[in-house]
Design a protein around this ligand. Sequence first.
Ligand code: GDP
Length: 443
Amino acid sequence: MAFESLANRLQKVFSKLRGKGKLTEDDVSEALREVRLALLEADVNFKVVKEFIAKVKERAIGQEVLQSFTPAMIVVDIVNKELTELMGGSQSKLARSNRPPTVILMVGLQGAGKTTASAKLARMLLQQNHRPLLAAGDIYRPAAIKQLQVLGEQIKVPVFTMGDQVSPVEIAKNALQHAKDHGNDYLIVDTAGRLHIDESLMDELKQITEAVKPDEILLVVDAMTGQESVNVAESFHKQLTLSGVILTKLDSDTRGGAAISVKAVTGCPIKFVGMGEKMEALEPFHPERMASRILGMGDMLTLIEKAQEGIDVEKAKEMERKMRTAEFTFDDFLDQMEQVKKMGPLDQIIDMLPGANKMKGMKDIKVDDKQLGRVAAIVKSMTKQERQNPDMLTPSRRKRLAAGSGNSVQEVNRFIKQFDDMRKMMKQFSSMMGPKGPKGLKG
Ligand code: GDP
């Protein structure tokens, strides 16, 4: 997950500060030197870092901090606010034309994830009860049209195509007419990318822009290319005046600098981030939540939204009651795995919990269909009593479970450990939620 090492480093800096009690100007300067290094190492543009540190410093060596009894908390708060500001302040929402369809032009280099992002966006709009139409305008990349058609079928969104022998400008124009005729309120036009920015690409995009007057021009950039993605955004923005950026592959091992620098360098807000290859792996970008994640304060709001999207509320309530009263059994675990799976990869969910990167061992939990099948086999090999009472699972019983479910004893042991970890996580989760809702949330 992006930001992991940045988050770790920043949290170390702040915990050192916390240990000091009252702070001197030197303490703050020293901490900010480390913050500066951490940001540079995360591949944040150096000019952005310089300005950021200057701003934080100006506020952090003020009287408010130095005379406070909880200065470290105030410093973290200042960093949090400035980081949020740097990434755009507040969420930048998708445009909505009052003369539908709202036209969204998707642009970007080849491989950035443009076609995938087009389909993800269409899915998101469909879920919000819109009637999106996708248009296949990438006539150069082999199989791009087919790819969009396959995705369209999967998410149940119509795809407008005219093959690869018609110019993208014509395709876009015809798609717009089609959307008008068929009552589609959003038109998402996937365009062709190139390996590098070149004149013919820009010309073509300008012509499409002329022809369909998009309400949004969204640039799709790959977070894994770090600073390069920021440069790409700058070039596109100069030529096309973008309305927003979709930063993809933030689930990968990128250092995350692009997410922090894009807005500051280009003036163009990030509107969405791609968190995986699956269709549901697109999240609206909330600067304040992202800052909070980077500072290890978690992102309970996104977590709650995800939960509301995918989870059966009645079942969740019952589950919560069980966890509180320690009735949580292996059968519930299976059920829970199914529910959690709907929210997305578990490691991403864990990343949203406050202090998540301190929860050792949690990172190894993977929920996929194959593993779910194996786990189900283990649970089904248990007797009724064993399912209710994990303490009964002595080594000899575990051996029997392994034989019964076609797993090795190690695998059975690993699963039982996961079960314990999950119980711990859910306990932490439910105690954080408390009767009055989530704790630790601001605003
Ligand atoms: P295009 O050439 O810009 O249209 O790129 P594609 O949409 O075909 O995407 C290129 C590759 O990146 C594909 O293998 C996608 O599955 C993958 N991809 C796209 N978005 C994401 C993302 O957010 N996370 C990850 N891990 N992979 C992604």
